[in-house]
Design a protein around this ligand. Structure first.
Ligand code: FAD
Ligand code: NAP
Length: 354
């Protein structure tokens, strides 16, 4: 079997940025992506998420970002990624869902997907979080007669017209989905386990850097990355003013239990509900790395930059501090440098100094 210098798993912003930098360094690699089409997680975002709604899409290296005026994010960004892959001839193979990455002989890694396998000297994991929605366990959840869904399955406000909807979670998804649902629903109830922290200042680059540094510190210590909102805080935009006027952001503490017809609030009252929307975030999609035992005793994958401390053949991008388009971009460059350094150290004859 051919031995590659690197395999990148995932072709979202993080994987494409990595592939671009590996290619520039002349490092022989493939990018394996589970999706049938270009676009990473963006192709799965709900239809009502327009480019005007997103926080911002950083340019992939070497090509300006799409102009953010109108259009659906789930069309505009995938078209940008598709063009990017073509323009640079990036070696993306899809659809390939990697099941496991394990040890092969001679210090190589084996990447397995169904009955296919690749041997590689290094691996860059860029699998994001979208495929691992997180729904916490609350007592009585299985008894609820209404609909339960996660942000991951949300496909616009129309399904909630005239309904009583509970939205759980204090992140950007909860704020944004309440903004869409409250104006059409009969009523909404927003519950979070911590009081939301509203930003009143501008989210300047300095504030952004400070937020990233906080997540970076956790990951450097091997802790699981914290929820993004826990370091960035929340803000309301024009799109959310109608929901605000309707009182949708008057947040309540978590319910004590879920019952067949609604949720029981801490004051003992039952809030009757037709639907519970779990806007409770995502977890890193890293289950396929389990055979490599990268997880620290603190429950996260400890990174030095983008390099896994437990196995320096492995880089992680789009993980923790680099789980944003701008962070993923930068991480791609750092990871390619990490791959080159590892190859240089283990194959001294190889030229890889772009
Ligand atoms: C609703 C929403 C809106 C957001 N808006 C913004 C924003 O405006 N600005 C911003 O900077 N960030 C935003 N983010 C954060 C965003 O997720 C990241 O910025 C970025 O898109 C993540 O890129 P990625 O490459 O790490 O992951 P993804 O885009 O998720 O790409 C991961 C790729 O890996 C593939 N994959 C997963 N598992 C496997 C496997 N086992 N085998 C093979 N392939 C696999 C997937 O198919 C996918 O193509 C948003 C997140 C959400 C949920
Ligand atoms: N327009 C946009 O650009 C846009 C829209 C939506 C999302 N996003 C991005 O998408 C990413 C994910 O955002 P997100 O809002 O989906 O997730 P998130 O930022 O991780 O927030 C998840 C929320 O769920 C809460 N939660 C977790 N476990 C819980 C539990 N057991 N019980 C109750 N609440 C619990 C968290 O609370 P704790 O803080 O207490 O853990 C947090 O408030 C972020 O990068 C965000 O910026 C962007």
């Amino acid at each position: 079997m051919e031995v590659l210098d690197s395999v990148v798993v995932g072709a979202g912003q993080a994987g494409l940025s990595t592939s671009y930098h590996l290619q520039r360094r002349g490092i022989d690699h493939v990018v394996l992506d589970a999706d049938a089409a270009p676009g990473g997680a963006w192709q799965h975002r709900w239809d009502s998420l327009t480019v005007r709604d997103v926080h911002g899409i950083a340019a992939l290296p070497g090509v300006a970002a799409p102009t953010l005026d109108e259009g659906r994010a789930n069309e505009v960004v995938p078209a940008y990624f598709a063009d990017y892959e073509r323009r640079f001839g990036l070696p993306v193979v899809r659809p390939v869902r990697v099941d496991a990455v394990g040890e092969a002989e001679d210090g190589l890694l084996e990447v397995r997907a169904g009955d296919r396998a690749w041997r590689t000297r290094t691996l860059v994991n860029a699998t994001g979080t979208w495929s691992r929605p997180f729904v916490p366990a609350y007592p009585g959840a299985a008894t609820f007669r209404g609909r339960q869904l996660h942000t991951h399955e949300y496909d616009g406000p129309a399904a909630f017209r005239g309904q009583r909807v509970v939205v759980v979670g204090g992140g950007a998804s909860a704020v944004q989905l309440l903004g869409e649902i409250a104006p059409v629903a009969a009523d909404t109830l927003w519950v979070t386990r911590k009081p939301p922290v509203w930003r009143t200042d501008d989210f300047t680059p300095d504030v952004g850097r400070a937020a990233v540094a906080l997540v970076e510190e956790r990951v450097r210590r091997g802790l699981p990355p914290a929820s993004v909102v826990s370091v960035t805080g929340l803000a309301l935009r024009e799109q959310e003013r109608e929901a605000e006027r309707l009182g949708a952001y008057e947040r309540r503490g978590m319910f004590t239990r879920i019952e067949p017809d609604g949720v029981r609030l801490p004051d003992g009252t039952l809030w009757a509900a037709d639907a519970i929307l779990w806007a409770t975030g995502f977890r890193p999609a890293v289950g396929h790395l389990a055979p490599l035992h990268l997880t620290s005793r603190f429950g996260g994958i400890q990174l030095d930059g983008t390099t896994a401390v437990a196995d320096p053949r492995v880089q992680l991008v789009g993980y923790g501090p680099s789980a944003s388009t701008i962070g993923a971009n930068r991480a791609g460059r750092v990871a390619a440098r990490g791959v080159a350094a590892w190859l240089d150290a283990h194959r001294p004859s190889m030229a890889s100094s772009a």
